[in-house]
Design a protein around this ligand. Structure first.
Ligand code: PAF
Length: 289
């Protein structure tokens, strides 16, 4: 398995990138499998490249940045196991060679307007849009795989490539879950048993919301489950799925594609999750580019 630190070390001619910050788990491997499949079906010489880069511009807390797991050799072995062609692990200087390269990313409205992740983590999506633009350029990415777990990120990157008229197609991959429903995340390793059990309130609340007849009743059901578990949400909302805004006044429920989204801190870990609303109406998986 090639571990490249510079773009010149990658095979030229285009690839499918799976952007990650490392600390890979089973959920990531599903993204990598999709990347491998997409690279083979597009016959791209660069194959599937997994980027492992802990991006300093998207962290709002220095502590979170510092403790983010860094284990590139182990990550590379996992990627090799599912057929990836290379791991791209650039330095901060390679991604951001000048102070200017850290500024002014193209940002779609969904990255700053909905008042969800954007409000809870100011500046986060500016950092995500910036690093994705840089990683797509550096790897000559013709397609990129993103997990649905970070729903606002997926919508932001999808809208960003449209704004940029970028040749990078965005491929969405469904959320991987533990058998009890907890969405997989690199941060789950910091949950103790008690907090992990409380964290289940996110997925259970989303399931409860998904059985209600109106978005208002769904939000109430979601909040009730969080409340019982003692989880104070940063947000718990049911919105239009791609803009993440409340739909226009008077819009009929059936005319809107909805998504229920939730985030909150459990112990020292911030968890987020989302599901289609009502449940069973997921038409969003697959290519979004
Ligand atoms: O989802 C992540 O792990 C990160 O936000 C990403 C897309 C790799 C950008 O740093």
């Amino acid at each position: 398995m090639l571990i490249a630190q510079k773009s010149e070390e990658l095979t030229p001619g285009g690839c499918v990138i799976v952007p990650t910050m490392g600390g890979l788990h089973t959920g990531h491997l599903e993204l990598v499998r999709r990347g491998v499949e997409a690279a083979r079906s597009r016959d791209l010489p660069g194959g599937c490249v997994v980027s492992v880069f802990v991006n300093p511009t998207q962290f709002d807390e220095a502590y979170d940045y510092e403790r983010y797991p860094r284990m590139v050799e182990q990550d590379a072995a996992m990627c090799a196991g599912v057929g990836a062609d290379a791991v791209f692990a650039p330095s901060v200087e390679t991604v951001y060679p000048t102070p200017q390269s850290r500024r002014d990313p193209v940002m779609p409205q969904v990255a700053y307007e909905p008042g969800l992740e954007d409000a809870a983590r100011r500046g986060h999506f500016a950092g995500v849009c910036l690093v994705c633009q840089r990683l797509f350029e550096l790897t000559d990415a013709r397609a990129a795989v993103f997990g649905e777990k970070d729903w606002q990120q997926l919508q932001s990157v999808t809208a960003m490539v449209r704004m940029l008229r970028s040749p990078t197609e965005i491929i969405a991959a469904p959320t991987e879950r533990d058998p009890d429903g907890l969405a997989m995340s690199s941060r789950n390793r910091f949950l103790n048993d008690e907090d992990r059990a409380r964290g289940l309130a996110l997925s259970r609340g989303l399931v409860a919301a998904g059985g209600e007849a109106t978005p208002g009743a769904g939000e109430t059901a979601l909040r009730r489950v969080l409340d019982v578990a003692g989880v104070i949400p940063d947000y718990a909302a049911i919105r239009e799925a791609s803009t993440l805004m409340p739909p226009p006044e008077g819009a009929a429920i059936g005319d809107v594609t909805w998504r229920a989204v939730v985030a909150g801190r459990v112990g020292s870990v911030r968890l987020l999750d989302n599901m289609p609303w009502p449940l069973g109406t997921d038409a969003d998986s697959g290519s979004q580019g």
